[in-house]
Write a protein that binds this ligand. Structure first.
Ligand SMILES: NC(=O)c1ccc[n+]([C@@H]2O[C@H](COP(=O)([O-])OP(=O)(O)OC[C@H]3O[C@@H](n4cnc5c(N)ncnc54)[C@H](OP(=O)(O)O)[C@@H]3O)[C@@H](O)[C@H]2O)c1
Length: 260
């Protein structure tokens, strides 16, 4: 069983991961890199993590090391550290392929992951490459795990991490519209968030039904859903989401390392 997890790069994502780990496995020892002194100290106090003397001290004690620095820093940070065989090193960086990560962390096992901030509440669908059993057990503490076969699959699948953020933007606009039309703010918020959750849970529940079939069953001719859909299609609003995903691919396909 996993006893100690180390985190090198204590920024936004690390905070959510630490929160989720404290919820899921309060007995798990979490050791943080010291570079961001205030943030690490705050997480240590709030969630019972500890702060190491330096990055190497994090690696020395951890069974699994999460490297949660920005993409351009990952390879340099890893090459400066000594890892050991039997250890698992997970990079969460978008756009850093296994071919770059693996030699930088050898002889440890190299893994790519794309957890979401909802790791904090144990609901992250985390993308994983390869399907390393230690990394799988670890991320299942924070939600569900979906492994892919290679970097070519990881690239488009990791764009869904950005889609996760766009959903907030969409919901925020719809809440604001609803509130400006006179619906009490808290009602508008609950209605929009719970409707979004309801749609996702309905589709998950009916796993063998096409989403288009679920949509057809509620978008009756002459009804308001159909009318609104036609407006979204006419204005290219749905196509814009696909364009936005497509536009991420060069960066996710190694471009982040070239500063693109
Ligand atoms: N945010 C998300 O929701 C999310 C989700 C999935 C994946 N990711 C990926 O996860 C990584 C982290 O994202 P983030 O949003 O948490 O970024 P972030 O807030 O910028 O955190 C990165 C942290 O790494 C630190 N760092 C840089 N060099 C270091 C070193 N040599 N030793 C120790 N720490 C070092 C940075 O410190 P300084 O600020 O002092 O440079 C910073 O605190 C990125 O690669 C991103 O692509 C993020």
């Amino acid at each position: 069983m996993l006893d100690r997890v180390g985190i090198v790069g204590v920024g936004h994502l690390a905070g959510y991961l630490v929160e989720g780990l404290a919820r899921a496995r309060p007995d798990l020892e979490v050791v943080l890199s010291p570079r961001n002194v205030d943030r690490s100290a705050q997480l240590a106090t709030r969630y019972g993590a500890s702060v190491a003397e330096d990055n190497q001290a994090v690696c020395d004690v951890a069974d699994v090391v999460l490297v949660t620095t920005r993409p351009g820093d990952v390879e340099g940070v890893c090459r400066a550290l000594g890892f050991r065989a039997g250890q698992t090193v997970v990079s969460t960086a978008a756009g850093v392929p296994l071919s770059v990560l693996a030699p930088a962390v050898a002889p440890a096992a190299a893994v790519r992951a794309m957890p979401l901030t909802c790791s904090a509440i144990g609901r992250s669908p985390t993308l994983l490459l390869p399907d390393d059993p230690v990394a799988r057990d670890f991320f299942e503490l924070l939600g569900t795990v979906h492994s892919v076969d290679d970097d070519a699959q990881f690239t488009p699948a990791s764009a869904i991490g950005a889609y996760y953020g766009w959903i907030y933007a969409l919901m925020d606009d719809v809440i604001a519209w609803c509130a400006s039309a006179g619906v009490p703010e808290t009602t508008a918020r609950d209605l929009v968030l719970e409707t979004t959750r309801g749609a996702a849970e309905m589709a998950l529940h009916h796993s063998s039904r096409e989403l288009s079939d679920l949509l057809d069953s509620l978008a009756t001719p002459g009804g308001i859903t159909r009318q609104g859909l036609q407006a979204l299609e006419r204005t290219g609003s749905l196509a814009a989401w696909i364009e936005a995903l497509e536009a991420l691919l060069p960066k996710l396909d190694g471009g982040a390392l070239k500063g693109e």
